[in-house]
Write a protein that binds this ligand. Structure first.
Ligand code: FPP
Length: 248
């Protein structure tokens, strides 16, 4: 499986970030528990990772668990943590075979110790893979990330290793959880809501945003290709005029 008839392989977005929303509602519409929606959502994760890798996407960031998701019922939080752990354990061999490197962003120390252990092990074992970076946002919140970055910068100023004059956009980017990644080109949210929900607030400044009504458990190969084709039909101007871009 290589490429998709709807997308131009020459202009595939380098970094795609996804808010995987709609698992709970999808399950409830089927009179099934919310966790069933998350379970089928894992199948979408598997399919989308495979497509991204095959189509030449270089970074795929998935919002798997937000800092606000800790407020959900204990049973759902526990269920999501188990799914995450099982996913990492079962996918490792595929990641190695397909040269997928796993990274993560978020307040990782807050995750349960067993999940953290599997996560760190997977990150270590896949660190030399270079086809696709699968970056999982876990216990992630954009505002929290900025607080974390500002604290890091302030500490350096305090110990005189940095002057306030050194602070610019690049330096702030380098203190975010995403320091190892370029900004996303395309941000997709499934599930019908049109909100950013505290996701990549700094990094998404120039991203194209695509909201789709498709619920995450049903977001598969063709739906993914459709959002990429839509992105390819748009023009990114980064604040310039169309004429300026044509002159480049
Ligand atoms: C949002 O749906 C989805 C989540 C909070 C979790 C997403 C998790 C997965 C897809 C599975 C685990 C992830 C990996 C990477 C293995 P929702 O419950 O908010 O849906 P709703 O808006 O319909 O209630």
């Amino acid at each position: 499986m290589n490429g998709h008839p709807s997308i131009d392989p020459q202009r595939v977005p380098h970094h795609i970030a996804i808010i995987m929303d709609g698992n709970g509602r999808w399950a409830q519409q089927r009179h099934r528990p919310r966790l069933y929606g998350h379970k089928v959502g894992v199948e979408s994760v598997q399919e989308i990772v495979e497509c991204a890798r095959d189509w030449g996407v270089k970074v795929l960031t998935l919002y798997a668990f937000s800092s606000e998701n800790w407020k959900r019922p204990e049973k759902e939080v526990g269920g999501l943590m188990s799914l995450l752990k099982a996913y990492l354990l079962s996918e490792l061999s595929k990641m190695l075979k397909n040269s997928v490197r796993l990274t993560c962003i978020g307040d990782i120390p807050r995750l349960p110790a067993d999940v953290r252990k599997v996560l760190q092990q997977t990150i270590k074992e896949t660190k030399n893979n270079d086809k696709l970076i699968l970056n999982l946002a876990l216990s992630y919140g954009g505002r929290l990330e900025l607080v974390h970055a500002v604290k890091g910068i302030a500490a350096k100023v305090q110990e005189n290793s940095l002057s306030p004059d050194d602070i610019d956009e690049k330096l702030i980017s380098e203190h975010l959880y995403t320091a190892h990644l370029p900004d996303p080109d395309l941000l997709i949210r499934t599930g019908g809501e049109a909100r950013l929900s505290n996701f990549l607030l700094w990094q998404a400044s120039y991203a194209e945003i695509c909201f789709t009504d498709t619920m995450w458990p049903e977001f598969r190969r063709d739906a993914f290709a459709e959002t990429i084709a839509h992105y390819q039909g748009r023009e990114r101007r980064f604040g310039r005029t169309s004429a300026q871009l044509e002159g480049n």
